[in-house]
Design a protein around this ligand. Structure first.
Ligand code: NAD
Ligand code: MG
Length: 395
């Protein structure tokens, strides 16, 4: 904590869906009173990044894309905001003195910068679930050794974190992750086979970035969240359940050994989880929509279908196998997600590719270091790329 009680914050991935919501929360809490913005980072959206840097009073703006350096420099000409570009600059920005770092880069690109922030001892508000899926225990250990706290931003994990606050870990029987079921909740595999990315990205409840929206349609997002839950809450794979809950009002639940179940509810708005993570344990006033139970009238639940949504089965497999299977699943999914968006493979082939790469790499043991994680990640990407090329040839 800064001595004045103000907190210094860096936002990695500020131009994305979580990043924009984070700046809204920071703004609502009063930038000039509660938070000093150290760094904002983005990729190719230079105009938004520059505007965010100006309005938030950030000291540093970084684009991950070196080709965007000149444009960012020009957009911030005449200010005293420092400008930098590239992967190393991103890691350097993450290592700057901040009390809390919002990790909201999408995909494995977020791992190295988030690790750098963790090692320096910042509190990590973690949206980038890929860090935990890929690096698991090593990531948790890096945060612990750095001395900062790891606070989930993912709505399900924020819910569980809130339901666990009583320090009753020994009495936890199960974690119940809710899933909206996405836009294809009631669709057959035949119907899903021919969809394009534009159709798949239309989420019924949440407005989010492209990858997580597609991941909600395929339920790969829930698959990543199962592995995320294991590492965050140190539970056994069989303690993690998924239930489809189309209204996305119950954000997740914790079941205790006496039969009691605690749930956290709210409107589907990430700002509640973001505000909670940034200010934990304060719960300051936030201007977000309130739940109206009379209007809501009902909450529905249904068992997930692992045949139509094999990603859930793959997450179980990854959890059971352990080792680097999480990193492998995550990397193969990321590559096949890009191929699906480019129209190179079909919607259902994303899971086929992830499964095949996981099976092919089953002999890889546990990661002793981050180098092992990055090596497994790279190898899984290479193999997924090969499979995609084969499928294209066959099509
Ligand atoms: P997004 O695509 O909207 O934004 C991603 C951010 O990362 C942008 O700022 C982008 O510029 C930056 N970025 C992209 N590629 C990069 C690269 N190679 N190097 C550096 N920066 C890069 O994504 P999002 O929906 O905001 O999701 C961010 C993370 O939060 C993901 O891990 C996602 O799973 C997680 N998450 C998002 C939501 C949500 O509501 N959007 C909810 C829960 C968890
Ligand atoms: Mg989530």
């Amino acid at each position: 904590m800064a001595e004045t009680g103000r907190r210094r914050i860096s936002i990695l991935g500020s131009t994305g869906s979580i990043g924009v919501n984070t700046l809204d929360v920071v703004n609502q809490l009063g930038t000039r009173e509660a938070f000093d913005v150290v760094a904002v980072t983005g990729n190719a959206n230079v105009a938004l990044l520059a505007e965010q840097a100006r309005t938030s009073g950030a000291k540093l703006a970084v684009t991950a894309d070196e080709k965007c350096y000149a444009a960012l420099k020009e957009a911030l000409a005449g200010t005293d905001i420092e400008v930098a570009a590239g992967r190393e600059a991103l890691i350097e920005a993450a290592s700057r003195d901040a009390d809390v770092v919002m990790a909201a880069i999408v995909g494995t690109a977020g791992l190295a910068p988030t690790l750098a922030a963790a090692k320096r001892g910042a509190d990590i508000a973690l949206a980038n679930k890929e860090c935990l899926v890929s690096a698991g225990e090593l990531f948790v250990k890096a945060v612990a050794e750095g001395g900062g706290r790891l606070i989930p931003v993912d709505s399900e994990h924020s819910a569980i974190f809130q339901c666990l606050e009583d320090n009753q870990h020994h009495a936890v029987e199960r974690i119940v992750l809710t899933a909206s079921g996405g836009p294809f909740r009631t669709w057959s595999r035949e119907q899903m086979a021919g969809v394009t990315a534009d159709v798949a990205r239309a989420h019924p409840n949440w407005s989010m970035g492209l990858k997580i929206s597609i991941g909600s349609a395929s339920m790969f997002n829930k698959a990543l969240e199962m592995i995320e839950a294991k590492h965050l809450f140190n539970v056994a794979p069989e303690q993690i359940e998924v239930i489809v809950h189309p209204q996305s009002v119950i954000h997740s639940m914790v079941g205790y050994r006496d039969g009691s179940v605690l749930a956290q509810l709210g409107c589907p708005d990430m700002r509640t989880a973001i505000g909670y993570a940034l200010t934990y344990p304060e719960r300051p006033q936030l201007n977000v929509e309130r739940l109206d139970f009379a209007k809501l009238a009902r909450l529905d639940f249904e068992a997930p279908d692992e045949v139509r949504f094999p990603a859930l089965r793959l997450a179980r497999t990854a959890l059971e196998r352990g080792g680097v299977q999480g990193a492998v699943m995550n990397a193969a999914e990321e590559i096949s997600f890009h191929a699906f968006c480019e129209g190179r493979i079909g919607f259902l082939q994303m899971a086929d590719i992830a499964e095949q790469v996981m099976d092919d790499m089953v002999g890889y043991g546990a990661a002793a270091s981050m180098d092992d994680v990055f090596a497994a990640d790279a190898e899984a990407r290479r193999r997924a790329g090969e499979l995609i090329a084969q499928k294209e040839m066959a099509a």
